[in-house]
Design a protein. Structure first.
Length: 221
């Protein structure tokens, strides 16, 4: 179950507001919840773990404030435009066929087949682009938990990388021009004793805020 801001369908604007809601829920119910980042902000979700046990018969141990991060939809804007463009070609197949017949004199296929080609070709391209978009967004999951950062890549076969806070040596934020415009970017983590990148969080929303939160946890660990 997901909990939004003020019992509406609007996510929390900041991680701090979502964390405050998570803490209130824990105080009221004693059940663990986690803050999850979505495309437009943050929401509070029921944690998929057992209910915390009672300590000394008086209070509950506070669960770790996990944050689940996935690639942002707006990071794949070229694919989204390709999907809408392909659907438009499929919907207006007759118009595109007439346009091709008017301005292209030597076509390798019969003219009466053109509308069908545009219709099914545009639909097939839209479906393939949607599958690629869905795979890119949901095959990557990054969890910021109490001990470090966990990266899970893949849908059927999954590769998991876990990097603990004491081992993180540096955090590099990479943002191109479109990344700065859409506020998306990639965080690269290196650990002590290695020269390459041990873990990367690719195409995530609000990368600077996520970087600041991870650095705060590293300092407090």
């Amino acid at each position: 179950m997901r909990i939004y801001s003020d019992n509406s369908n609007t996510p929390f604007d900041t991680f701090a507001a979502a964390s405050a809601c998570r803490d209130r829920l824990f105080e009221q119910t004693g059940l663990p919840h986690v803050v999850e980042e979505v495309d437009d902000g943050f929401v509070v979700s029921s944690a998929t773990r057992d209910t915390p046990s009672v300590s000394d018969g008086s209070s509950y141990d506070r669960p770790a404030p996990d944050i689940v991060v996935r690639p942002a939809l707006r990071a794949f804007w070229p694919t989204v435009l390709l999907i809408f463009g392909s659907l438009s070609v499929s919907y207006y197949a007759g118009w595109f066929a007439d346009l091709a017949n008017r301005y292209i004199s030597a076509l390798p296929i019969p003219l009466f087949v053109l509308p069908t080609c545009f219709e099914w070709g545009g639909l097939a391209l839209a479906i393939l682009s949607f599958v690629r978009l869905w795979s890119a967004m949901y095959s990557q999951t990054y969890t910021i938990h109490s001990e470090g950062i966990r990266s899970k890549l893949g849908i059927i076969a999954r590769d998991t990388v876990d990097l603990r806070y004491p081992h993180i040596r540096s955090i590099l934020l990479r943002q191109g021009l479109t990344g700065r415009l859409f506020n998306v970017g990639t965080l690269e983590f290196t650990s002590a004793g290695t020269d390459g990148v041990d873990l990367s969080m690719e195409s995530i929303s609000r990368p600077a805020a996520v970087q600041a939160e991870i650095q705060r946890r590293i300092d407090a660990y």
